[in-house]
Design a protein. Structure first.
Length: 395
C-alpha cells in the first residue's frame, strides 16, 4: 500500500507539473479554463428552409444530429489447428472454427470541447467493454486528456485493435507480459507535444489507472486487481526521412505495484519504418519491438525476462500483402528460450474486409522436465467491417 500511495502522489504531482508548465508556456493561467471549441462540432445548416438541400430541418435539430455517434461493426472469424488454438501457455484452447470477436464501436462529440469513444466486444467469453472514454482535446497548453477505459498507450501494437494489426497473434513478448487481450485499464491518460530546440515532433504520454486482475499466472501482471494501480510513461517521435518514408520511435516504462507488495517493472522500445513507393499498391513496413521486465507476480518467484520481435511486411499490390515475423523470448516461466517463425499472406478484396493465412513454427527448449518441442501453428482469419469505421494506417 505504501508503494501504491507513493505512485499515486507522484502521478498527481507529475500531471500538475505538466499542466502548469504548458499553461504558463502558453501565457494562460492553469486555472483559466476558457476552452476553445472545435468549430465543426456544432455546425448547422445555414441555407433557407425552402432549399431542396435543407428539407426544412431546423438549426437546432441539425446540431443535435451532428452530435450523434458514428457506429461501426467489425467481425473477426478464426479457424486454427490444434497447436494454434491456445495462443500461449495456460490459455484455454479455443474451438477449431470460431467467431473470435464482434466489435461494436462508436465515436462522436459530447460537446464542442470533447469527444466520446466506445468499443464493445462480443466473443466466446461473453461481452466486454474494450474502451469507453472521453477525449478532451482543447485543454490549455495543447494537453490532450483521456478519461475512462482505454487500451494503454505503450507502443504501436497495444493501442491497436486486433483487426488492424498485420498478423493473427500478438508477439510472444507481448503475450507473456499482458496476455492475449493486451494492456487495458480504467484511468486517465495525458499527452502533450514537448517543445524542443530541433522543432522535432516529440510527444510525452502519461497513464495512470487500475491494474485489473489478470487471470493467467504466466503474465507479468498476474496478481493485480482493481485495488492496485499502475503507471505508464511513453516518449515518442516521428521523423520524415523523405517524401515517401518515415521512422517512428517509441520508448515506454510501466511500474505496477501488486497486492502481494511486489512491484513489476516493464520497459519497452520500438521502431517502425514505413517506405511507400506508392501507398496504394507498393509499400514496405519494418516493425521491431523489445520488452524487458522484472517482477514477482503473485509470489511466484523474482525473475527477469526479455524478448523481442521483428516484422517485415510488403504490400505488393492493391489487394495483396505478404509478411514475416521472428519472435524470441527468454522467460523462465516458459522454460527458458522460446522462438517462433511466422509467415503471413493477406488478401484484401476491398478496404473493409480481408482474408489472412498465417503459418508459424513455434519452438520450446529442452528442460529437465521435458524434451524440446516444435509446434506447427496454422490460422485462417476472415474480417469484415460495416459502417463509417475509419481505416487504420496499414502496417
Amino acid at each position: 500500500m505504501k508503494n501504491t500511495k507513493n505512485l499515486m502522489k507522484s502521478a498527481i504531482f507529475s500531471l500538475i507539473l505538466v499542466l502548469t508548465h504548458q499553461a504558463f508556456a502558453a501565457e494562460v493561467s492553469p486555472f483559466d479554463l476558457e476552452l476553445s471549441p472545435d468549430p465543426t462540432a456544432l455546425e448547422t445548416v445555414s441555407t433557407k428552409s425552402n432549399s431542396p438541400n435543407n428539407s426544412g430541418q431546423s438549426p437546432v435539430s441539425s446540431a443535435i444530429q451532428n452530435l450523434n455517434p458514428d457506429v461501426s461493426f467489425v467481425a473477426d472469424f478464426l479457424a486454427a489447428n490444434k497447436a494454434a488454438e491456445a495462443m500461449q501457455k495456460g490459455d484455454v484452447p479455443k474451438r477449431p472454427v470460431d467467431l473470435r470477436e464482434v466489435e461494436i464501436s462508436g465515436n462522436g462529440y459530447i460537446s464542442p470541447y470533447a469527444k466520446g469513444n466506445f468499443v464493445v466486444s462480443f466473443g466466446g467469453d461473453g461481452a466486454s467493454v474494450e474502451e469507453a472514454f472521453m477525449n478532451f482535446f482543447t485543454l490549455p497548453g495543447g494537453v490532450n486528456l483521456r478519461l475512462g477505459r482505454f487500451r494503454v498507450d505503450t507502443d504501436t501494437l497495444n493501442p491497436t485493435h486486433q483487426h488492424a494489426i498485420p498478423f493473427v497473434d500478438m508477439p510472444l513478448s507481448s503475450l507473456h507480459a499482458f496476455g492475449d487481450e493486451g494492456l487495458k485499464l480504467n484511468g486517465a491518460n495525458a499527452s502533450v507535444l514537448v517543445p524542443n530546440p530541433l522543432h522535432q515532433y516529440l510527444i510525452a504520454s502519461f497513464t495512470f489507472g487500475a491494474n485489473e486482475f489478470e487471470s493467467s499466472p504466466y503474465t507479468a501482471l498476474y496478481g493485480g486487481n482493481k485495488e492496485s494501480v499502475l503507471g505508464v510513461g511513453r516518449l515518442g517521435t516521428s521523423i520524415d526521412l523523405a517524401g515517401s518514408s518515415y521512422l517512428t520511435l517509441n520508448a515506454s516504462g510501466i511500474v505496477a505495484p501488486l497486492v502481494d507488495q511486489s512491484v513489476t517493472h516493464i520497459y519497452m522500445a520500438e521502431a517502425l519504418f514505413r517506405f511507400s513507393i506508392n501507398p496504394v499498391d507498393n509499400a514496405i513496413t519494418f516493425l521491431n519491438g523489445y520488452l524487458w521486465n522484472r517482477g514477482n507476480p503473485n509470489s511466484t518467484g523474482q525473475f527477469s525476462t526479455s524478448g523481442f520481435y521483428s516484422y517485415l511486411g510488403w504490400q505488393f499490390s492493391e489487394n495483396w500483402r505478404v509478411g514475416g515475423r521472428y519472435d524470441y523470448t527468454n522467460n523462465p516461466t516458459f522454460d527458458g528460450k522460446e522462438k517462433q517463425y511466422t509467415g503471413i499472406l493477406s488478401y484484401y478484396p476491398t478496404e473493409t474486409n480481408f482474408i489472412r493465412l498465417q503459418y508459424a513454427v513455434h519452438e520450446l527448449p529442452e528442460t529437465f522436465l521435458k524434451s524440446a518441442s516444435t509446434e506447427n501453428r496454422i490460422w485462417l482469419q476472415i474480417d469484415f467491417s460495416m459502417g463509417p469505421h475509419q481505416q487504420h494506417t496499414a502496417l
